[in-house]
Design a protein around this ligand. Structure first.
Ligand SMILES: [Fe+2]
Ligand SMILES: [Fe+2]
Length: 298
């Protein structure tokens, strides 16, 4: 592990037989600079906007899987039950650390607390709206939440594997603690990327109805998340009086340019979700994860 990274405590708790562990992290963000990403307000706020989505977003992931874990179709699947427990453990730890980082950004006067609340409002509005719209077709709130989580878990796994493979992005993460935190989160998103999908498939099966629901959900969920994150980035920049051409150009190059962008870079993998026989493990990240786990000392 990099000696400059400040983690007060790291413990691994194996959730009795799951295929991946729950690592207890406790990052110290006290010495993270205000513009930790290559000294750029634009890039830093772009990542902070992403981080602001996690506390409410990951709470939805946890709640939605927890709500259906004892559904008759999967309750006796012992292996899947262990994966679910570890999934909940990892997501809870991600939220804990992003809350810590978001509070440290708040310290510099960037109002991430409001963005966290706004994320929760968007999620609550979206999940209730779609549950109401789909009720006549026999879909419950729990089913809508699980479908959204399954789609968003594909989003997080693909953006995470882009983080782990894109050298342009890694080079811009100039603060060791922040780089470590994002890479740890990216590793774990790929470790547990199949859990929500396996729960979804266990309950909904693999037929045309299941396919239609999950693919429509992906389009809606990703549109909502990218629009919200872009709006948050602009709000952070505006409040910081840094909304200018130079910072926007940095964001374009880093996020949306065809050759280097984190958003454009994962577009290809995102669309694999539209294959009728898709499964998250089709995107083989085993060697990539081994490399990063060794690098991070995980
Ligand atoms: Fe996560
Ligand atoms: Fe996740």
């Amino acid at each position: 592990m990099n000696a400059k990274v400040q983690i007060a405590k790291t413990q691994i708790s194996n959730r009795q037989g799951a295929s991946f562990p729950v690592r207890r992290m406790n990052f110290n963000f006290d010495n993270v600079p205000e513009y930790w990403m290559d000294g750029s307000a634009g890039l830093t706020h772009f990542m902070t906007a992403l981080s602001a989505l996690f506390p409410a977003g990951e709470q939805l992931f946890i709640d939605s899987v927890r709500a259906v874990r004892y559904h008759p179709a999967i309750k006796d699947n012992k292996a899947l039950q262990k994966e679910i427990s570890a999934f909940i453990g990892q997501e809870a730890m991600h939220t804990h650390e992003h809350v810590g980082f978001n509070a440290s950004a708040q310290k510099f006067g960037h109002d991430v607390a409001t963005l966290e609340k706004n994320t929760d409002s968007v999620i609550q509005f979206g999940r209730k709206f779609f549950a109401k719209a789909m009720k006549p077709f026999g879909y419950s709130q729990e089913m809508i939440d699980l479908t959204a989580t399954t789609a968003l878990e594909h989003f997080t796994a693909t953006i995470a594997s882009e983080l782990l493979t894109n050298p342009h992005i890694q080079a811009l993460m100039t603060d060791d603690t922040m780089r470590y935190m994002w890479m740890w989160h990216a590793v774990e998103e790929n470790e547990h990327k199949a859990v929500a999908y396996d729960v979804y498939q266990g309950i909904f099966g693999t037929g045309a109805k299941s396919y239609a629901l999950r693919t429509v959900a992906l389009v809606i969920a990703i549109s909502m998340i990218l629009a919200t994150q872009a709006q948050f980035t602009l709000r952070l920049l505006k409040a910081d009086k840094k909304l200018n051409f130079k910072e926007l150009l940095m964001i374009y190059k880093y996020a949306y340019s065809p050759s280097k962008g984190i958003i454009t870079g994962f577009a290809g993998e995102i669309f694999t979700y539209f294959r009728p026989q898709f499964h998250p493990n089709d995107l083989d990240t085993v060697a990539l994860l081994e490399k990063w786990k060794a690098k991070l000392g995980l």
